[in-house]
Write a protein that binds this ligand. Sequence first.
Ligand code: ZN
Length: 323
Amino acid sequence: MGVVPTFRGPVDGSDLGRVLIHEHIFVRNLELENIVPGLTFEPEGAKERAIRELTGLHEAGIGTVVDLTVPGLGRAVPLVASVAAQVPMHVVAATGYYTADVLPLYFQFHGAGRLIDEPDPLVAMFVRDIEGGIGETSVRAGMIKVMTGPAGWTPDVERVMTAAATAHARTGVSITTHSVPQVRNGLTQQRYLMEHGVPADRIVIGHSGDTEDLDYLRELMDNGSTIGMDRFGMEHVLPDDRRVATVFRLIEQGYASQMVLSHDAAIESHVTPPAWRARAAPHWRMGSMVDRILPMLRAGGTSETDLEQMLVTNPRRLLEPPP
Ligand SMILES: [Zn+2]
């Protein structure tokens, strides 16, 4: 009996293997691509590259990738489903909304107390994505993604957070965030979600690995949440050796059961095109975990038990329904 939804249907938590819990298959702008000069997307080529990369990743020992590409980031479930159908690994879809400031016009006019006065369509969308299937597909979402960005805690950011908490209450699905640890806003996200009924242990504060502020990271975990050390390879933000050193220190202090490891990488992204990645961030790819980061962690003395905890046990706990 499978309990974790994937692009190919539900699987048992014990079948997930090593999980990269914060990645992106394709980050796109469906409206602008092939219109803005230079912003091209060719589905067949992209699909082939994705199949090749994910197959290689599976051969290297990764069992599951969670694709946190939600609306606002160019989510295109049928295309990713056609990739997932042809790779040996599990791919998990997500719902949520990615906006740093305002939601699209549709949501300004639809919702409680708005021109078209109805329950918030965001909630209906999140719940349908989780329980029924995304759009015309039968692919169900396995995580809810929210974000707070440079614009701070705007009314629409709060609206997405509220809708996520409501969808969590109905479904039990974990919530993962995009945070900006430099301004310690994971604590604001955590507090708000907990005040709205989300248990701390169903929250992942994403991008926490971008900081070396151990007090901040410990506070998030002492409050009960998991932190995403999920941007390995993003050396233009913080070099990997420093990211690894932070993980070491927190393992030493007993926090292995509250960290998850990933890259926040994309196979193809309109935000950071391939030529720029190749030049500025060559290690920012999903293969880095196995061929680069795990060896660095092992060389520093991290045990296989702790690696298994962060890559297998913790993600499984977050993706399975709560007990
Ligand atoms: Zn991401």
